[in-house]
Design a protein around this ligand. Structure first.
Ligand code: CP
Ligand code: NVA
Length: 298
């Protein structure tokens, strides 16, 4: 694997390899004794806000012996219209790897193809692979295995995080249920193409029934702010709350990729009751991404 551009492009063995490496790195946390990224500079090029992804990559690259260079898209010429294909060819001459958060998936793919350097998708409108790898690691850590689990995603079923869940379920074979308003469900064609055991419904409690994991994400993703009023009206009830937890049988893992908007996609009481899991999930971004950084072929 030279790049991490999506979950769609990974096979099960590669995902399991990343999770196993993440476990090792979490166990020996801190500066890596062999500094596998020694002498390397990594460009972090972000066109959207970030707390977790930015911090975990900056810390992780340093712990692996490399140096991160943060480039906010609006501070570089990209923000004034320089094409991604030219940005890629410049960065490819100077940096050893790139971590990119942007809008179009095609931009990350074009960057990877033209820069020639290791490229990681740090969130696009289509996928958030680093998040889902960390989430899979968190579930495996807490439940021992991913086999036989049912994961229920409640909220915006057509967002980047939900789409990466679809590909993870397809590749690893666990059951995924998506409860979303009809206007915010993943395209039927995508679900068909992914295959696997995936159901999509408008019924939050039905989808939560017996679930091992209840998962949610914001109702208004970055870049969708213009639709905020419409989305808030559509998403009422597509929430992890006491009723959803009870439907799941009382002790599901409750997960949130963060940032969380209490009273919207999750209630405050359920968020706080599950804060240890949710912040382990956030910490695991560091370990899972360090695993990816050590596994990409130079
Ligand atoms: N979950 C996640 O990617 O968080 P940030 O937007 O803060 O990076
Ligand atoms: N779906 C969210 C994820 C944030 C980490 C967004 O794109 O804003």
């Amino acid at each position: 694997m030279k790049h991490l551009l999506s979950i769609e492009s990974l096979d099960a063995a590669t995902i399991h390899g990343i999770l196993a490496r993440a476990a090792e790195l979490k166990h020996q946390r801190g500066p890596h004794p062999e500094a596998p990224l020694a002498g390397e500079c990594w460009a972090l090029m972000f066109s959207k806000s970030s707390t977790r992804t930015r911090l975990s990559f900056e810390v992780g690259i340093r712990e692996l012996g490399g140096q991160p260079i943060f480039l906010a898209a609006n501070d570089i010429q990209l923000g004034r219209g320089e094409p991604i294909r030219d940005t890629a060819r410049v960065m490819g001459r100077m940096a050893h790897g790139a971590v990119i958060r942007t809008f179009a998936q095609a931009d990350v793919e074009e960057f990877a193809a033209l820069s020639g350097i290791r490229t990681i998708n740090a969130l696009t409108d289509e996928e958030h692979p680093c998040q889902i790898l960390s989430d899979l690691f968190t579930i495996a850590e807490k439940r021992g295995a991913l086999d036989g689990l049912t994961v229920t995603f409640i909220g915006d079923g057509d967002c980047n995080v939900a789409r990466s869940w679809i590909w993870a379920a397809a590749r690893l074979g666990f059951a995924l249920r998506i409860a979303a308003p009809s206007k915010f469900q993943p395209p039927a064609e995508l679900v068909r193409r992914a295959g696997g055991n995936i159901t999509v419904t408008t019924d939050v409690l039905g989808a939560s029934d017996g679930a091992d994991v209840l998962y949610t994400d914001v109702w208004v993703s970055m870049g969708k702010e213009d639709e905020a009023a419409f989305r808030l009206a559509q998403f009422g009830g597509y929430q992890i709350n006491r009723a959803a937890v009870d439907a799941a049988g009382g002790t599901p893992l409750v997960m949130h990729c963060l940032p969380a908007y209490r009273g919207k996609e999750i209630t405050d009481d359920i968020f706080e009751a599950n804060a240890p899991t949710i912040f382990d999930q956030a910490e695991n971004r560091l370990h899972a991404q360090k695993a990816v950084l050590t596994l990409l072929e130079k």
